[in-house]
Design a protein around this ligand. Structure first.
Ligand code: ATP
Length: 621
């Protein structure tokens, strides 16, 4: 037996590890299993080069839990270590790199906790760590290194008879959770799901069928429980994968979810290394809830699902996996943001996504259109937030009209130009966010030969604002924002059949009825075919208010701004109302017309609505 003292360059590291590493203790398992994987990969490499004679045999890594002995063991059948190597790698390399790391990041506990310290993170959860190891080299002798979380360690020979390393953790009092089967299972699933070496944790029962036809019997057998898929889809060549393989992998990542719309296989080795698969999920009208689903890996080791720094914000709506050994992982956020490689990766991913969409649109326009309702959100979000993406995608950014036809927005502008250009030379793109609710406005606009778009997603206000600015020469106007004659403003002036005096009296009549703040009464000589009274919501104020609401800002109690437009050429106004001799009756008619307009804009509610219905029923008596 040999005793020694770990050379301490700085003050004792163990209290520092315990003090600073309070967050994410669980990372120790990832670190130790990664070391086991490294040792196994090294062995395979040596064998591949013919440097190890004969068959290397079993290489699976095992995780063993002994609740009674309170130990958790990580067992590999990798290269192992000689006594000299243990001294060098565990006492010097591992120790000095851990010391350096803690020194560097001790003011940012979250970083240390998150990224671990390699081998020494074992001391976050263990009061004692034993390493029993046997090197692959001919004639090597087994050695056991043990350390109880202080600078003293022991090293002694053992009789280990199979190549590889057991790291035995004597779990400390505060970390008892790591003696639970399901907790370990959960951690392995989180961090080790796609590690490149099979990892076994206990056994599981499997039902197999023996014999054939009528003779067939079902039997339960115990098999090794391999918790990982060592050869995940993203590491394979796209040519070797079918659509079913991609879907199956999606299901592996997100069990029980709706199949994705399509995917992009990323594969680049210059100027940085990156592989991965990004999936476009079915989003429908939802938005926020889907974020943070992309998982970041480094050589198949799970790192995080917080990829904000690597993937442009709008693409965090995507799902899938990115794997890059080139992303500097154990550094701070601010460093990531300014890192040149990370910027290049972001740019590359954006370009790949835009190219894939362009290709889909070109190759299969119909298929692309059929996916647009789900895809539109990404594309719009991307166009708003990333100029380069805008330039690439404006060609295939679609808008849908009320008849369910889709057009690229630039082409749509040309389609409606002749009918819908206003006196300021802008093409007015009319839209509704709720076709049912705007039925009468839509009917009026259609009768005038206008086309109407459906823009009903929460992102659309921002999208419209952005397109007005970027595309230029267009303005979006909601179909209920003005009376139909004024949706596309022209210079034509219609004549009113009422005298000025009559107009004054009609205006006064309505002003006495319309008392809510924010409402303005206006008279207009519209077509006799149009509604007698229409309530419109001016585009600018409404859109501003909605956009601020979306950003969590508030206009305070700013009332809805609406116009109550009275059509002075409608017979019910021009004849019935004006000619009515009885003042009370006149007021009643005006009020009824106003209520109908409110009803049309879904503004009639509560007691007012009940009174209106009762009044209408009385007419039928
Ligand atoms: N299971 C193992 N089998 C063989 N050698 C090991 C094993 N675990 C650790 N080592 C040796 O100890 C060294 C130090 O390990 P440690 O985990 O601290 O650092 P690392 O793996 O080099 O880097 P990282 O901090 O990224 O984990 C390793 O480089 C390796 O040589």
């Amino acid at each position: 037996m040999h005793k020694g003292s770990i050379s301490v360059q700085t003050e004792n590291i163990f209290p520092i590890i315990k003090k600073f590493l309070y967050s994410d203790h669980e990372i120790f398992l990832r670190e130790l299993v990664s070391n086991a994987v490294d040792a196994t990969t090294k062995l395979k490499t040596l064998s591949g080069k013919g440097l190890i004679k004969g068959d290397i045999g079993e290489t699976a890594i095992e995780i063993l839990l002994d609740e009674e002995a309170k130990t958790l063991t990580i067992r590999d059948r990798g290269i192992g270590m000689t006594a000299d190597e243990v001294e060098k790698y565990l006492n010097q390399v591992a120790f000095s790199s851990a010391t350096e790391f803690v020194e560097k990041y001790k003011d940012d506990a979250s970083i240390i906790g998150h990224f671990g310290l390699g081998f020494y993170s074992a001391f976050m959860v263990a009061s004692k760590v034993e390493v029993r190891t046997l090197s692959y080299q001919d004639g090597a002798k087994g050695v056991t290194w043990a350390c109880e979380g202080n600078p003293e360690y022991t090293l002694e020979d053992n009789d280990k008879d199979f190549r590889g390393t057991d790291v035995i953790l004597h779990i400390n009092e505060e970390s008892k959770e790591f003696l639970g089967n399901s907790r370990i299972e959960q951690l392995l699933d989180k961090y080790c799901k796609f590690l490149p070496v099979p990892i076994q944790f206990g056994t599981r029962t499997e039902t197999i069928t023996e014999g054939e036809g009528d003779e067939a019997t079902e039997k339960e057998i115990e098999v090794d429980n391999i918790i990982n898929n060592p050869d995940p889809a993203w590491r394979k060549a796209p040519a070797d994968l079918t659509d079913e393989d991609y879907k199956a992998f999606y299901n592996e990542l997100y069990p029980f979810s709706t199949p994705p719309l399509f995917w992009i296989h990323l594969n680049i080795d210059y100027p940085f290394n990156l592989t991965g698969i990004l999936y476009f999920p079915k989003l429908g009208n939802s938005f926020e809830v889907q974020k943070n689903k992309i998982q970041l890996y480094s050589n198949q080791v799970y790192v995080t699902d917080d990829v904000k720094e690597i993937v442009p914000e709008f693409l965090t709506l995507l799902h899938g996996v990115i794997d890059s050994p080139d992303i500097p992982l154990n550094v701070s956020r601010s460093y990531l943001q300014s890192d040149g490689n990370v910027k290049k990766i972001t740019g590359y991913i954006t370009k790949k996504v835009a190219d894939k969409l362009a290709e889909l649109y070109k190759k299969d326009e119909e298929g692309f259109i059929s996916k647009w309702d789900d895809l539109g959100v990404f594309v719009k979000y991307g166009m708003i937030s990333d100029d380069k993406f805008y330039d690439r995608s404006v060609k295939f950014a679609l808008v849908k009209n009320i008849d369910g036809k889709y057009f690229p927005i630039e082409q749509y502008k040309e389609e409606v130009k002749a009918q819908q250009t206003d006196k300021y030379d802008k093409v007015v793109m009319l839209y509704t966010h709720a076709p049912e609710q705007h039925d009468s406005f839509i009917a009026a606009a259609k009768a005038k030969g206008y086309d109407i778009l459906v823009l009903d997603h929460v992102i659309d206000n921002h999208f419209m604002q952005h397109m007005e600015h970027k595309l230029g020469g267009i303005t979006f106007v909601r179909v209920d924002s003005d009376t139909v004659d004024n949706l596309v403003q022209k210079d034509e002036q219609a004549e009113s059949v009422l005298s000025e005096e009559q107009q004054e009296s009609v205006k006064g009549l309505f002003e006495a009825i319309v008392t809510s703040t924010g409402s303005t009464v206006m008279l207009k000589p519209l077509s006799p075919e149009d509604q007698p009274v229409t309530i419109t919501r001016p585009e600018f104020m409404r859109r501003m208010k909605e956009m601020q609401g979306l950003q969590g800002m508030s206009f305070g109690d700013f009332p809805d701004s609406v116009n109550v437009v009275v059509n002075t050429n409608h017979p019910l106004v021009a004849n019935k109302l004006v000619e009515e001799p009885d003042a009370d009756k006149q007021k009643e008619v005006a009020d009824y017309l106003y209520k109908l307009a409110m009803l049309n804009q879904q503004m009639l509610k509560g007691a007012e609505l009940t009174a209106f219905i009762n009044k209408s029923l009385n007419f039928l008596k």
